[in-house]
Design a protein around this ligand. Structure first.
Ligand code: FEO
Length: 167
């Protein structure tokens, strides 16, 4: 059985994941506005992955016979973005999610909640990948700078991304 504290923390994380999804959906629209369909696709796939993350927490709470509490989702703060600023925001956001997951892990260990501790392992590994993905694109964007051909090639590469199911 989940403690009240753990149940509340896991519900908060469902909200963090839905907020992540909403941010990435906004980024997808922003990239489309800039005229970069590949970037738009990448963020749309990320949006779908975040929905999967939220669902994973949702299913886990129910599996432990807990109560799901769906909290409000705020408006993403995105205005006049550039390809680089979008991915810098993505990296900053993923670092925030990594901290959230680490705090959940600390809580699970503090409560000797081994089941939740093991459940969170997947997210610990996932966050390494999330931060790395954003960092890699930032590195590429910094490399090409203002070169339109370089940006076109990155856009073409990001167009190939498909969503990975969170299983
Ligand atoms: Fe679900 Fe991108 O963290």
């Amino acid at each position: 059985m989940l403690s009240d504290t753990m149940q509340q923390a896991l519900n908060q994380q469902i909200n963090e994941e839905f907020c992540s999804a909403f941010i990435y959906l906004g980024m997808s629209a922003e990239a489309d506005r800039i005229g970069l369909p590949g970037f738009s696709n990448w963020f749309k796939m990320q949006y779908q992955e975040e929905l999967g993350h939220a669902e994973r927490f949702f299913n886990y709470i129910l599996e432990r016979n807990g109560s799901v509490d769906l909290l409000p989702i705020g408006k993403p703060e995105l205005t006049e973005e550039t390809p680089l600023s979008l991915f810098e925001k993505s990296l900053k956001h993923e670092r925030h999610i990594t901290v959230c997951v680490s705090r959940l892990k600390d809580l699970a260990r503090g409560e000797s909640d081994h089941a939740t501790d093991v459940f969170l392992e997947w997210f610990v590994r996932e966050q390494v990948e999330e931060e790395s993905n954003a960092q890699n694109v930032i590195d590429q964007l910094r490399l090409v700078g203002d070169n339109a051909n370089g940006l076109f090639l990155i856009d073409r590469e990001l167009a190939t991304r498909t969503a990975t199911p969170a299983e």
